[in-house]
Design a protein around this ligand. Structure first.
Ligand SMILES: NC(=O)c1ccc[n+]([C@@H]2O[C@H](COP(=O)([O-])OP(=O)(O)OC[C@H]3O[C@@H](n4cnc5c(N)ncnc54)[C@H](OP(=O)(O)O)[C@@H]3O)[C@@H](O)[C@H]2O)c1
Length: 311
């Protein structure tokens, strides 16, 4: 079969096209493009079918595991595909590792390294309150857990992410990490009552453990290679809410903020909750669409999205 690869502007991207066996997959085509142009490794390529002139819909994205013939309309010997360069890619594990490493390192610097505050003009003695010590352990436990989950629990489906996301996500996590660490460890920090601290950290820890359990339940929805697509999550809080992992993530930040009480912490909580709510809405709609109860598919059960009883 002959595949003509064109750019989005319609120009021939691989001179003379590519000859492949009739049973070749989209993955084989990506390898062949990579062979002809070493810059474009498979995860950097997005291949679509050309849009019919006048059509306003989204183009069909070719699935690497499918046969090219599945995309041939009538003439099984030729195919035109549109190539898009997705830019440099990194694995999701790399992306998550770097974004979580920043807060894990930055926070203890503010706790242990008092001269940080001397740069800002504070010269007096510093008294470390118990809540500041517990907050440092709580924070580090949280980000250490996230890194461990990234490597040993999550079964990602997306192979890679654009490298620019590393900078964007690191900017988000590292800046908030600094902002919160600066305020919670500040020499003029006023601690909350002992009871409030215990309630906050107690509730936060229960939420962190629940969040870990939610991640185990999500993991079990897929096979070891990340195969299996999207399934209906069930068990524990997933029986009432679609994104129970985000719910427990938000609750654990609520616990941290009850115990530490800073404006910086609450700003992060609101921003994180807004981001996760947006993602949760998209995931909820995707599951409702995938499991619509038609053609023998199960129907997605009635559930809250992320934060019962509001959403
Ligand atoms: N504080 C914050 O701002 C913030 C923001 C986001 C996340 N987080 C934390 O980081 C954790 C991971 O975030 P995330 O956005 O990667 O979570 P996520 O998308 O909900 O999923 C975690 C893992 O489970 C898989 N998964 C999700 N739903 C599935 C389903 N229905 N069937 C099969 N597999 C499914 C995902 O697969 P895919 O690879 O296909 O997505 C991913 O590998 C969150 O749970 C939360 O604790 C914190």
């Amino acid at each position: 079969m002959k595949v003509t690869v064109v750019s989005r502007g319609g120009k021939e991207f691989i001179k003379g096209g590519i000859e492949l066996k009739n049973l070749a997959t989209v993955g084989d085509l990506q390898e062949a493009i990579h062979h002809r142009n070493k810059k474009y490794y498979p995860s950097r390529q997005r291949l679509t079918l050309p849009l019919q002139s006048g059509s306003r819909g989204k183009p069909v994205v070719l699935n690497a595991k499918k046969n090219l013939q599945d995309y041939c309309d009538g003439n099984a010997d030729t195919l035109i595909v549109v190539f898009k360069d997705l830019g440099m890619q990194v694995s999701y594990r790399t992306l998550f590792f770097w974004e979580y490493l920043g807060p894990l390192i930055i926070y203890p610097i503010f706790y242990y390294y008092y001269p940080v505050y001397q740069y800002f003009g504070y010269t007096g003695e510093r008294v470390i309150h118990p809540v500041q010590t517990y907050a440092m352990y709580y924070w580090c436990f949280h980000y250490f857990k996230r890194i461990m989950e990234t490597f040993f629990v999550h079964r990602f489906s997306h192979a890679t992410s654009p490298v620019s996301n590393v900078f964007r996500n690191c900017a988000y996590y590292w800046t908030f990490g600094m902002y919160i660490a600066y305020h919670v460890n500040h020499p003029l920090y006023t601690p909350v009552s002992d009871l409030q601290m215990k309630i906050g950290f107690g509730f936060g820890l229960i939420s962190q453990i629940s969040n870990f359990y939610c991640h185990l339940l999500l993991r079990n929805l897929r096979g070891p290679g990340g195969n299996g697509g999207y399934q209906i999550p069930h068990g524990f809080l997933f029986n009432v809410v679609t994104c129970a992992n985000y719910t427990t993530e938000i609750y654990q930040w609520v616990g941290f903020n009850i115990a530490t009480q800073t404006v910086a912490g609450y700003v992060f909580l609101v921003v994180a909750a807004l981001i996760m709510s947006n993602w949760a809405l998209a995931k909820h709609h995707r599951l409702k669409k995938l499991f619509d109860g038609k053609e023998g598919k199960p129907k997605y059960p009635r559930r809250w999205v992320i934060l019962p009883p509001f959403l």
